[in-house]
Design a protein around this ligand. Structure first.
Ligand SMILES: Nc1nc2c(c(=O)[nH]1)N[C@H]1C(S)=C(S)[C@@H](COP(=O)(O)O)O[C@H]1N2
Ligand SMILES: [Mo]
Length: 402
């Protein structure tokens, strides 16, 4: 369905004197006969322009326990460049030689098997766009104060094209016994991080990935092999994957008991809350950015859901009093980032900007109040509240209580 749009030129209103005069000086800069520099010698593996200095933000650069955030405000479209994928590793990034790496599948199976990387790469493959989001993403958003910018508030989420083998195909090879109901995955990092995945999910869309954005999975993302459990909290996507045990119960590993459970006000905890609920955030204008002048500014952001595709994103420029549908004209993949855009004419006044996502199950992203009502304040995980930014009269964008 093609939407009725105002004439871009008339609406943007950028054809004024300022734009015309800068065109004039650009033409002057290219005088005929001028000798121009050849620039730098190309490299074997390209790098971003030195003027484009997007960086992962690291809390404490430390080899043993680390995390870093994707600079979402700097990125366009839905793909996170591999070098800017957020990182979360509990016991360092191991250096693994793919020639000696093996994946063992055993437990409640007919034929336990050991796969080399060559064995896996010759099998039928899939390539799919999926987000990975740490369930601790937006942990600071449990307080009204929230985080000052989108890298800190939402940057423990990234989206790449992942290539690999469907776990269902590997389980077919080993033959799962009827009494099996869980898969326990183990990584080859120093702490042998381990998580359990229900068998029905393992047989659905789980990928054993060796490719990321067209090249090998990056070391920080689990080279040479990672489990990729689409739509689920990042910690089940076990990196540096070396072992899968088919079992009749979860292993109750550290990271599914003392960590990654959601403590409720009555002292009980939700466990195996794997699915990441629908969420969205405005990446531009967002905290710590500055609008240079009143007039046209496109509002842009990202929406995603661990249950399926994004059906709708609404944007408010008046603190949630009124909402309008944003445009989604890029790809709308399952369990992947979805880009939304909304035209806006800034009048120079104060405005509170918000976005609200709805997924194809009909689930609507909640307010902070609704989330607190359901879960209380004792957990740090699974915060998908509606996020607000305030545009000040100076053009500065700040985080705002909402
Ligand atoms: N082996 C192993 N797998 C792991 C982890 C880890 O520390 N070791 N961290 C988990 C957590 S908590 C998250 S959020 C994701 C992060 O994936 P990324 O670093 O590729 O962004 O990996 C998960 N898989
Ligand atoms: Mo995580």
């Amino acid at each position: 369905m093609s939407k009725q749009r105002p004439s871009r030129r008339a609406f943007l209103g950028l054809a004024g004197a300022a734009a015309a005069s800068s065109l004039h000086s650009a033409a002057q800069a290219q005088a005929p006969g001028e000798i121009r520099d050849l620039g730098e010698t190309p490299t074997e593996y390209g790098r971003p322009s030195p003027f484009a200095d997007s960086k992962r933000w690291s809390r404490a650069p430390d080899a043993t326990a680390s995390s870093s955030n994707t600079p979402l405000a700097d990125l366009e479209g839905i793909v996170t460049p591999s070098g800017l994928h957020f990182e979360r590793h509990h016991t360092g990034v191991p250096a693994i030689d793919p020639d000696s790496h093996r994946l063992t599948i055993h437990g409640l199976v007919d034929r336990p098997l050991v796969f080399s990387m060559d064995d896996l790469v010759r099998m039928p493959s899939v390539s799919r766009f999926h987000f990975v989001e740490c369930s601790g993403n937006s942990g600071r958003e449990w307080s009204p104060a929230g985080a000052p910018n989108v890298q800190l508030s939402h940057g423990l989420a990234s989206c790449c094209e992942w290539t690999g083998v469907l776990l269902a195909d590997l389980l077919d090879e080993v033959g799962v016994k009827p009494e099996a109901s869980w898969i326990v995955a183990e990584g080859a990092d120093a702490g042998l991080m381990s998580r359990s995945v229900p068998l029905e999910r393992a047989l659905d869309d789980v990928v054993i990935a060796y490719g990321q954005n067209g090249e090998a999975v990056r070391p920080e993302q689990g080279y040479p092999l990672r489990l990729l459990v689409p739509g689920c909290e990042g910690s089940v996507s076990v990196k540096w994957l070396r072992r899968l045990e088919v079992a009749h119960m979860p292993s109750m590993a550290r990271d599914e008991t003392s960590k990654y459970t959601d403590l409720l006000p009555d002292g009980k905890a939700r466990q195996f809350t794997l699915v990441m609920d629908a969420k969205s955030v405005i990446t531009r204008p967002s905290g710590e950015q500055k609008l240079n002048a009143p007039g046209f500014h496109e509002i842009r952001g990202l929406a995603w859901s661990g249950r399926g595709t994004i059906r709708r994103v609404e944007v408010s420029t008046d603190g949630g009093r009124s909402w309008a549908d944003a445009e989604i004209d890029g790809p709308r993949y399952v369990k992947a980032f979805t880009r939304f855009r909304s035209p806006w004419r800034w009048d120079g006044g104060r405005h509170v900007l918000m976005s609200r996502a709805t997924d194809d199950t009909g689930y609507v992203q909640p307010t902070l109040a609704a989330l607190l009502e359901a879960r209380g304040r004792s957990t740090i995980y699974h915060n998908n509240r509606i996020k607000a930014w305030e545009v000040q009269e100076s053009g500065e964008v700040t985080n705002v209580e909402a």
